[in-house]
Write a protein that binds this ligand. Structure first.
Ligand code: MOS
Length: 753
């Protein structure tokens, strides 16, 4: 465990909301009490492509307690289709008779009880006009197109085709990653309540202002008439970032039955009514000289999406800038199938796109008979090869060196299949982890009360990221208080706006806003102090006054208690609201967030530096010589960071990402029936994830880093980098153990027979 003594690391702090969470006192969205709720149950499509000809509803209506049944025939015009939002997208649902995918919402039953709604939902009989669907890559009828220019960029530097042709050493391979679903423990719920024309929505969300703004457009009402509340989120990982179709229909249902309506969708519905990680394919070409210097890098990706959507993650934006290379060419294609639209899932671009690059680097190292870490050292760079900009900081090799020493990498036998202990083949693998250092615009309100306590109010999101605690630490540090003196309120559009909790930007974004508000408080106290004759700071410089130890402190040891200084500013509490618009964002960024749009400065789109977090992943696998089962007895990740606000939470966050990466390598895959285009393992019994027996030693090293340009507090996000590269490190270790190179994830027993 980190001890929290490193200067740029904050105090290791137990989550301030931990007790509420484990005792059941924490109110998740569906726990919020509303008066006399009716219950909704979703009816979803059993075909993947076609039209609804009509519904037979008599049997469903006859179920006792049924209040209403919504279909496109009676409510189709009451809501606009949700606009694509950062983090995902959704096809139209009950706006028309059209079916875009299996499991699409086609009706909502509202009843006096959950049970009555469910029973009636099973008695809704739709009549379909069915067309043969296309499930995925290789299915007849999928439509492939080059990704349209939009949010993401592709890169062409030098002449990659020619350089690859002329290269002395070449890797030319294809790789694939499967469909994956988030499966957060907290299901996808929505509760809507109308009162005097105003709507309150309780829904787990990574962006309450985004949900508000987009829902307002769908319902054609002002954003100010909607309040969204999401105090706790029981797992999201990207799945609760964008608005999905269900929300507007529950709002419409509540308006029709003139009662609050509560929806708790089922586990299997969570596979089709929200987003997921798209299936991807990759073609990688690496060219190198005999010393291992890269001369050519080509990366072409393909991502599956729904018929109407342009959603893609385009991870080539990251892979193009990992290694020094004079000739780079990247391209991304999207493949339209009869599927629901994918969206963010932890490290959306880097998870699937770093996998092929890091496997290909391992293949190149093997071809060169070179240690894979040495190959990365030879191609390390402090200059972004895609743009020529300097990295704000890049301690990649320090991560590799510290990690390798700790992991005892030097014990690795480079000859595949050559290390055996009893019945087990042993292999080591490594990979690079990288994730853009992003930061969004945010506002926050901080109040200092006469009893010397502080309150932080911000519409930020506790999605397991430790936001409550991070803000308490930040305010305590800035105001010179103890963490226990700070109360934090989050997840409510009645509070000052904050952006999307995604892209590993949230801690950076919200800490800066809170720190600014705290500085506003310091400044007010200091100004009052210098104007007062009875103050030790009378006539001094307010900028020289700092807050620490519940006191104002100034040059020459001048000191005054916080209580005394605060009394001078008036009777009541001292309240300051501040906004932080990070470098690189336009002045209207904060207003955009309030309207529900994303305003985030991206680490790969800045014009001064390229800002990325880096790390190195190490894995030991054991493959049973006869059964071919794969075990991961040891994993180690070394991650560079200029500043860690809460080392305890950061440790868990990195570790969780690494464990998920083991799952991505060996377990996770959503299976789809190629004929019906229907997910077949849409439950957590058959959707495999690692359990404790699959995970043994997971070690995290936090490597201190110096970076004064990434942002004023030096925060590089850590939410997602922990998963990046783990899948490749496991695959590379499996190769080292067995000599078998498996390029399509997950790696299962049948791949190693
Ligand atoms: Mo995170 S997967 O960017 O919501």
């Amino acid at each position: 465990m980190p001890d929290g003594t490193t200067p740029h690391f904050g105090p290791a702090t137990i989550r301030i909301d931990g007790r509420a969470k484990v005792t059941g006192a924490a109110r998740y969205a569906s726990d919020e009490t509303v008066e006399n709720p009716a219950w909704a149950f979703l009816v979803t499509s059993s075909i993947a492509r076609g039209r609804i000809l009509g519904f037979r509803l008599d049997e469903a209506r006859a179920v006792q307690g049924v209040l209403d049944i919504l279909t496109h025939e009676n409510v189709g015009g009451e809501a606009e289709k949700p606009k694509p939002m950062a983090g995902g997208d959704t096809t139209e649902t009950m706006e028309s008779d059209r079916i875009w995918h299996d499991g699409q919402i086609i009706a909502v039953v509202v009843a006096e009880s959950f049970e009555a709604a469910r029973e009636a939902a099973h008695k809704v009989r739709p009549d379909y006009e069915e067309e043969a669907p296309s499930a995925s890559f290789g299915s007849a009828g999928v439509v492939e197109e080059v990704r349209k220019a939009g949010e993401h960029k592709d890169y062409r530097v030098g002449h990659a085709e020619r350089a690859f042709r002329d290269a002395e050493f070449r890797v030319d391979q294809r790789y694939g990653t499967p469909t994956q679903h988030h499966n957060p423990i907290e299901l996808f719920t929505t509760t809507c309540e109308w009162r005097d024309g105003k709507l309150t929505v309780y829904e787990p969300s990574q962006f309450v202002y985004g949900l508000r703004g987009n829902l307002a457009k769908q319902l054609r009402i002002a954003p100010e008439s909607i309040r969204v509340v999401s105090r706790y989120v029981g797992g999201a990982f990207g799945s609760k970032g964008g608005i999905t179709a269900r929300t507007a229909w529950i709002a419409v249902a509540a308006r029709r039955v003139r009662r609050p309506v509560k929806l708790v969708s089922t586990r299997d519905q969570g596979f089709t009514i929200v987003t997921y990680r798209a299936e991807t394919r990759h073609h990688i070409q690496l060219g190198a000289d005999r010393n291992g210097k890269l001369t050519a890098f080509r990366h072409e990706g393909w991502e599956v999406t729904s018929r109407p959507s342009q959603y893609n993650v385009s991870g080539t934006e990251t892979t193009a800038r990992i290694y020094a290379c004079p000739n780079i060419l990247t391209k991304v294609n999207i493949v339209h199938a009869d599927r629901n639209t994918p969206g963010f899932m932890r490290a959306p671009p880097e998870g699937p796109y770093m996998y092929p690059l890091e496997c290909a680097m391992d293949e190149l190292a093997f071809a060169l008979r070179m240690d894979p870490i040495e190959l990365r050292r030879i191609n390390d760079t402090q200059t972004d090869p895609a743009t020529g900009l300097p990295f704000s900081s890049r301690s990649l090799m320090e991560c590799f060196d510290k990690g390798a020493a700790r992991f005892n990498w030097s014990a690795r036998n480079p000859v595949p299949g050559a290390t055996r202990q009893g019945d087990w083949l042993v292999g080591y693998g490594c990979a690079t982890a990288a994730y853009a250092a992003n930061i969004g615009a945010s506002s926050a309100r901080v109040t200092l009360t006469p009893d010397g306590r502080a309150r932080v109010q911000i519409a930020a999101h506790e999605i397991g990221n430790g936001a409550y605690t991070v803000l308490a630490i930040t305010a305590a540090e800035q105001l010179g208080l103890d963490v226990a003196d700070v109360a934090v309120e989050l997840g409510d559009t009645n509070l000052p706006a904050a952006g999307l909790a995604a892209g590993s930007n949230h801690t950076a974004a919200i800490s800066h806003a809170v720190a600014k508000a705290c500085d506003g408080i310091r400044e007010r106290l200091a100004r009052a102090a210098i104007l007062a004759n009875d103050s030790p700071f009378a006539g001094g410089d307010p900028a020289a006054i700092t807050l620490s130890g519940r006191a104002l402190n100034g040059p020459g040891g001048a000191q005054e208690s916080l209580a005394r200084a605060l009394a001078r500013t008036g009777e009541g509490p001292l309240e300051v609201t501040a906004e932080n618009i990070p470098k690189g964002l336009p002045p209207d960024a904060m207003e955009k967030v309030r309207q529900g749009q994303m305003a985030m400065s991206r680490g790969h789109s800045r014009d001064d530096v390229t800002a990325y977090a880096f790390g190195a992943q190490f894995v030991e696998v054991r493959v049973h010589a006869r059964t071919r089962e794969v075990r991961v007895p040891r994993a180690l990740g070394a991650f560079a960071s200029p500043r860690i606000v809460n080392p305890m939470a950061a440790h868990s966050q990195y570790m969780g990402g690494m464990i998920w990466g083991i799952g991505a390598a060996l377990h996770e895959k959503t299976e789809i029936d190629p004929v019906a285009a229907r997910y077949t393992n849409d439950n957590i019994a058959e959707y495999l994830i690692p359990v404790n027996a699959d995970v043994r030693s997971v070690e995290v090293l936090m490597v201190p880093e110096k970076d004064e340009t990434v942002n004023p507090l030096g925060i590089k996000g850590i939410g997602e980098i922990g998963i990046v590269g783990m899948n490749a490190a496991v695959a590379n270790a499996v190769f080292n153990a067995t000599g078998r190179r498996v390029r399509d994830l997950p790696i299962r027993i049948e791949d190693l027979l």
